[in-house]
Design a protein around this ligand. Structure first.
Ligand code: ARG
Length: 459
């Protein structure tokens, strides 16, 4: 097919170069945005008298038919076309003739593609936001259910202090609610229209950029034409937000994998979200979590690719920018696929509260509470810390827990000990007494749930 840019040159290009140059493979998914953008452009050209009313109507009708045709599968997108913009313009002209050739007045593919990506990514932001909202809702729901399920909290993967499973889940809800905020912020910054910047230097026609932007739901317009066509910051920002979602999913995945191991047995994944082994009949593998962890690298790679594409490209448009789409589309596709599987995997997993409780009973995770008990009796914390360290060592040698040690033995270490020490180191009590804001105590977890739910509702 003749190139729409066959002007100075014949437009006949080497077949391999043609294929290399083409972006239709990955930009055809923006057909809808491209058509809606062109309809808005025709409306503006008509309203400003740049094209006639009749031409405007013919264009709008023709584009509407093409949209319907593509959606119904009646118009196949030509895989040899240069890109979606030239395919649709070519198809329009083939159908309606002369008026189709007037559509590209006061417009360039440079501002057109920049607008299409913004429009398309708006929808992608909404989809990922919805998935993040569902994840947060699931976590809040489960956190309420497991608000009293005591488990060990870890540092350095060593049992540290008691928390609850509900509190642990809410830590992830906090990460995902921040992710939601980041996507929302980036979407707001992205939602300005570059159309009318034209190739790079605006136009001599009396256009109305704001009218066109408003029809497409933009909050405003790009204020500098050179920046408008060459800005891909929003792709980088969004890829960074998506990379962070993957970081969070990957940390979560790592815990799910550990927790579902025989060594932990804190959770059991539902059969619908685990796989077996082709040789070991006993296996139930957390493949979904592992894949999410593995795919994190891809999204980090997408972010790096985007940053590197922008580095060193002079103003304004350069063909390097065509490389933006595969990276940002892949990042969105990957995050949506991961969240789509991860949330129901979490919602359906079986939580083994007894094993969590048993793990919390070992590992001396109430040692800090014992030190705090002595502080309550007047001992300086540093002295109490050292003394409890010695007691832990003694218990460990004897193979007993702090709860097992008789009062007489405690009294050998300090006269401050009394019968009430056993209540102070009771694991459930230890959690309940952690009343500081943001802590694992029941009231605090309820406040956390409320906080996250309110943020989702306001979204
Ligand atoms: N396919 C191109 C892209 O994705 C469209 C813009 C082409 N503009 C140009 N002057 N060649 O960036």
């Amino acid at each position: 097919m003749a190139k729409l840019w066959a002007g100075r040159t014949s437009g006949i290009i080497d077949a391999a170069a043609d294929d290399f140059n083409s972006s239709i493979r990955f930009d055809s998914r923006m057909y809808r945005e491209d058509i809606l953008g062109s309809i808005a452009h025709a409306h503006m050209l008509g309203a400003k008298g740049i094209i006639s009313e009749n031409d405007m109507e013919a264009i709008v009708e023709g584009l509407g038919d093409i949209l319907e045709g593509i959606e119904k599968g009646a118009i196949p997108i030509d895989p040899h076309a240069e890109d979606i913009h030239s395919f649709i313009e070519g198809e329009l002209t083939r159908r309606i003739g002369e008026p189709g050739k007037r559509l590209h007045t006061a417009r360039s593919r440079n501002d057109q593609v920049a607008q299409d990506i913004r429009l398309y990514l708006r929808g992608q932001c909404d989809q990922v936001s919805e998935l993040l909202g569902k994840m947060c809702l699931t976590l809040c729901d489960m956190a309420g259910k497991y608000a009293d399920t005591v488990m060990p909290g870890y540092t350095h993967m060593q049992r540290a202090q008691p928390v609850t499973f509900g509190h642990h889940l809410m830590a992830y809800a906090m990460m995902f609610i921040r992710d939601l905020g980041r996507i929302k912020d980036a979407r707001t910054r992205m939602n300005v229209s570059p159309i009318g910047c034209c190739a790079l230097a605006g136009t001599t026609y009396d256009t109305d950029r704001r009218m066109e932007a408003a029809e497409l739901g933009f909050d405003g317009i790009c204020m500098n034409s050179l920046d408008g066509v060459s800005d891909r910051d929003f792709c980088v920002e969004l890829a960074a937000a998506l990379a962070l979602i993957m970081a969070h999913l990957s940390r979560f995945a790592e815990e799910i994998i550990l927790w579902s191991s025989w060594e932990f047995r804190f959770v059991q994944l539902s059969e619908a979200y685990s796989t077996g082994s082709s040789i070991m009949p006993q296996k139930k593998n957390p493949d979904m979590a592992e894949l999410a962890r593995g795919k994190t690298g891809r999204v980090y790679g997408d972010l790096m690719a985007l940053l590197t594409v922008l580095k060193g490209t002079p103003l304004a448009y350069n063909k390097d920018m065509q490389e933006d789409k595969e990276a940002i589309f892949d990042a969105f596709d990957t995050v949506a696929a991961c969240l789509g599987v991860f949330t129901p995997m979490i919602a359906t997993m079986k939580v083994n509260g007894e094993n969590m409780r048993a793990a919390a009973a070992g590992g001396f995770i109430n040692a800090t509470d014992l030190a705090d008990y002595l502080v309550g009796k007047g001992m300086p914390f540093r002295t109490a810390y050292k003394l409890v360290g010695e007691i832990v060592e003694e218990c460990s040698e004897k193979g007993i827990t702090l709860e097992d040690m008789p009062l007489d033995d405690y009294l050998m270490h300090s006269e401050l000990f009394g019968e009430d020490l056993y209540k102070a180191i009771d694991i459930d009590e230890c959690v309940k007494r952690r009343v500081s804001e943001g802590g694992p105590g029941g009231d605090s977890v309820s406040r956390q749930i409320k906080y996250v739910m309110e943020l989702i509702d306001n979204d």
